[in-house]
Ligand binder design. Structure first.
Ligand code: ACO
Length: 150
């Protein structure tokens, strides 16, 4: 397992993380929007009430700022004997902190949650550019991603 740099921690998302820059970290992925604390908490408490299905982890710097984040969502299937599938989503590392194995550490922790929860596989969608990163994290290519935007 990749060790975190000194003074850094990895832990579940907390209701205080709005002030610690959680949404800023997500802007490396896409538009987050101008979210109020109330909107953040609305989503946070929904996910907390479903914490058998949603696990969001964050990496915290020694200065108590959020510098990395990632989520695994556990899907419940009928096939594979009511099998469980983990979906990794929204992996983000602050622009100034990339290349320090923080992304790898987040993925390792999310894979561990998927395995402990009883998933028979963990999957994700990513850009061509990120394929080498996920290969380093132990993933292999399979099939194609499709999308329908509303
Ligand atoms: N191309 C080639 N290799 C890469 C790349 C890349 N684009 N990115 C990382 N790697 C390699 C690293 O060199 C390292 O290799 P090494 O072990 O041989 O040294 C290994 O992958 C681990 O890299 P980390 O340092 O852990 O990567 P980082 O902390 O920078 O996180 C991430 C990678 C999450 C892709 C980050 O760059 C990021 O936030 N990018 C912008 C947002 C993004 O694209 N997120 C992923 C969207 S897909 C999804 O969420 C399911």
């Amino acid at each position: 397992q990749a060790a975190l740099p000194k003074g850094h921690t990895i832990r579940p998302l907390s209701s205080e993380d709005y002030e610690k820059g959680f949404l800023d970290v997500l802007t490396v992925l896409t538009t987050v929007g101008d979210m109020s604390k109330a909107q953040f908490l609305e989503r946070f408490y929904y996910l907390k009430a479903h914490n058998h299905e949603y696990f969001t982890l964050v990496i915290v710097s020694p200065e108590d700022r959020i510098i990395g984040a990632g989520t695994i969502f556990i899907e419940r299937k009928f096939i594979h004997n009511n099998g469980l599938v983990g979906h990794i989503e929204d992996i983000a590392v602050d622009k100034n902190q990339q290349g320090k194995k923080l992304g790898l550490r987040i993925i390792q922790a999310l894979k561990h949650i998927g395995a402990k929860t009883g998933c028979y596989k963990v999957i994700l969608d990513c850009s061509e550019e990120n394929v080498p990163f996920y290969e380093k994290c132990g993933f292999t290519r399979k099939e194609h991603e499709m999308v329908w935007y509303i």
